[in-house]
Design a protein around this ligand. Structure first.
Ligand code: MN
Length: 305
């Protein structure tokens, strides 16, 4: 059986460790790692953050030479949650979405299933909070995740979004999408059942359940909610990376089709790009690429006049 553990050490200790393990360095170092070494069945990876991960036979014994074992639970200062103890080690379906706050580009929702036994692999692939990763890393890691674990992704193009949006407010749409991605993934992995389902929280649980009641295929058992879900389970971190990669690809594709840079976000750059599209093809063209109910639409119109 594989075991793994993590310690947190000072930069000075990382240097000492690097010197100690130098002879066993692996050819490739994962993103954000200082070094990665392999001794027999044990892999040791030290990150810039000071965290060092030991995976494989003798992990704890080797780790204890260098520092105190970190507990498996997240830091006290992060959002409090009601997740069961040891939830991070459960086999879980996690879901997240990206693109909701951006004027241009789709809304992407993804659910992934991460079994306990696949966690070391995902960690080795570099799966972590996508905010700590560059766009390039996100695309690379997303491809690796898709090969490694079951997932179900839903992409709502701006055009489709503009059709649905009058009937579905933002939260209702998100609930429908998370629920649908999870429902379809559960069907795909059946008869396997996850120990839990973690939804990266975007609305209070009672509101989620209120909207859920209007859906056709309702997943309501074993669901948990927490903000910053990517810190509590790798399945949410993996889902988030897949979403972000697809979102980036969609913006790239839009930029190519239009021959101009289509920005992410909802700031002044989006107003300028919106005005250009309006000038070129009116609301019909803009509605193919942008979420029209955003205030950016009025701002773009004002820029034109
Ligand atoms: Mn999220």
């Amino acid at each position: 059986m594989t075991n793994s553990c993590v310690i947190k050490v000072s930069p000075a200790t990382i240097k000492k460790m690097a010197a100690h393990y130098q002879g066993s360095f692996k050819a490739k170092t994962p993103p954000y790692a200082e070094f990665s070494a392999k001794i027999g069945g044990l892999t040791i990876t030290a990150y810039n953050s000071g965290k060092v991960m030991f995976q494989g036979a003798g992990a704890e014994a080797e780790a204890s030479k260098w520092g105190e074992l970190a507990s498996g639970t997240p830091k006290k200062n992060s959002t409090s949650t009601s997740l069961p103890k040891d939830f991070a080690n459960w086999s879980v379906v996690g879901s997240d979405e990206v693109g909701n706050g951006s004027y241009f580009g789709p809304v992407v929702v993804c659910a992934t299933y991460v079994e306990k036994k696949q966690m070391p692999l995902l960690k080795e692939l570099g799966v972590r909070d996508s905010k700590e990763l560059t766009d390039k890393q996100i695309r690379l890691i997303a491809n690796d995740i898709k090969l490694a674990v079951p997932y179900h992704e839903l992409i709502v193009t701006p055009e489709k979004y503009n059709q649905i949006q009058p009937d579905y407010n933002v939260n209702r749409m998100k609930v429908a999408l998370h629920n649908q991605a999870i429902y379809l993934l559960l069907q795909e992995i059946a008869p396997i059942k996850p120990e839990g389902i973690l939804i990266d929280q975007f609305t209070p649980e009672n509101n989620y359940r209120k909207h859920l009641a209007r859906e056709k295929n309702q997943v309501k058992e074993k669901i948990y909610f927490t903000t910053k879900g990517e810190q509590y389970h790798l399945s949410v971190a993996a889902a988030s990376i897949i979403c972000r990669a697809s979102f980036l690809d969609a913006l790239d594709q839009a930029s190519k089709e239009l021959g101009m840079v289509i920005p992410s976000g909802a700031g002044p750059k989006s107003d300028v790009a919106g005005a250009k599209l309006l000038k070129r093809g009116g609301m019909t063209l803009l509605g193919k690429y942008a979420k029209l109910h955003f205030a950016n639409t009025q701002k773009a119109q004002r820029k034109l006049n």
